[in-house]
Design a protein. Sequence first.
Length: 29
Amino acid sequence: GVGPLTVAMLLENTFFAAKERKMCSVTAE
């Protein structure tokens, strides 16, 4: 199974990636 630490890391990475993408799109515009 997947440990809670791994899940937390995945969630953090996904959130960070989404935030970076948002920043990039804002800068592009």
